[in-house]
Design a protein around this ligand. Sequence first.
Ligand code: NAD
Length: 516
Amino acid sequence: MTMTDMTPVDSGIQERVQDVLAKTPTGLLINGQWRAASDGGTFNVENPATEEILATLASATREDAAAAIDAAAEAQSSWARTPARTRAELLRRSFDLVQERADDLALLMTLEMGKPLAEAAGEVKYGGEFLRWYSEEAARDYGRHMEAPEGHLRMLVSKKPVGPCLLITPWNFPLAMATRKIAPAIAAGCTMVLKPARLTPLTSQYFAQLMIEAGIPAGVLNVVSSALAAAVSEPIMADPRLRKISFTGSTPVGKALMKVATDNVLRTSMELGGNGPLIVFEDADLDKAVAGAMAAKMRNMGEACTAANRLLVHETIADQFVAKLAEKMKALTVGNGLNHGINVGPMIEAKARESLEALVQDAVDRGAKIVVGGSRIDGPGHFFEPTLLTNVPAEARVLREEIFGPVAPVVTFSSENEAVAMANSTEYGLASYVFTENISRGLRIGDRIEFGLMGLNVGVISNAAAPFGGVKQSGLGREGGAEGIAEYTTTQYIGIENPWDTLPAETPQSRQTRGN
Ligand code: NAD
């Protein structure tokens, strides 16, 4: 039986909620000004834990989107000429402001997305680190100068900002998905239009105001929250001045945007869906593996692209592993993430919970056994029990699709070859996790596994200093690390005549003038 705590939040928090909502701008940020939508349209943002309306925001139209790309294009050339140190200091100030306002940001994320406050605070830390990391990288993005091998040219290779960017973010990590794009774009000298997810735009709205306080010039960051995603992306992507799209979201939407991006030959970064395996070998430290599985599966209520979607466990230890994991999952408390002691918040919306129910039902119809949970929790809010499934047949949808919820299907294997084949049998290739105390085996799996990320004996590996991204249909490009800024720069090569070729031939007269 799952523990639930549906106590209403206390009045002290309610006051802070009103305060942070009052500080969150509700307009569109275009050319440094917050303004209403061109047609006066709005949309509501709901709290998924209570289904109450948190805020009503301006909903950007095609005209607003056009104004936003105008502002970004207008600001691009002067922004590109700003010294790297100026951009670095802006990023550093914004990092400091994020630390100062960490409680506000965490509260907003819990309100609009549902994750427990402690996890929201973790995201503030993680998301803020992109600002610090890229403040440090901004002045270190070197070019090079060399002589052509044939000796007839000097070669000057420079990094330049790619140009105005469209940044589209998902609802599940409202701060980190935005800073992971905005920080390297600023460091590289790009201007941008950010379109946050319709379900969780408040964190981006608040963060944009924080960037204004940090001193970002007008037009460099424009924010067009909207109920109409395509209406905003279409005019921007059709504008020849746009040079890049960076998208984080589902694979079907990413593929559709890639098709549109071909018309304008846009640089594309795509952080898409996942179907992550977590492999537990017979030589794993079982407690470590269970802790890793809890982190990789349950963080963010399972609503993470890096979530362990399939727990692949060696048959000789499967019963022990399931017993230990079941104990941990039963000990989780589900409820409003604003309350102390809550481990699992609501699903983001009604549709998300319905799709979870359908996945569990499909698995059960095909013979899976429910060990823990399995059902929705009634009442306001889209709550679903942490769920553990065993005996899940290979054809079950829960093993083939991205679950995006607190449902953990366990499947057994009998050999390393079988585990690798099972892990790789998906069109996705984002995050994977391996638990073994045999380091050679761990590194060998690293060679064999077709995933952009692998955690070895650890369930959470995201870090601002590391290149994050997938292979296969999980995407293109990397965010974070040195790779992250490269996504926002283009390379220019200037071939220069060899300066020695221009040395005037010596004459007796010039020899005399030179004095030797
Ligand atoms: P989504 O694809 O529905 O939406 C993502 C963003 O795209 C939102 O801002 C949305 O408004 C916008 N959008 C939707 N349709 C659009 C269209 N036709 N044109 C332009 N924009 C459009 O994804 P989501 O439900 O917000 O997020 C969950 C998905 O994101 C999951 O698949 C998850 O794996 C993925 N994700 C990936 C990463 C990663 O780094 N690889 C990180 C987080 C989430």
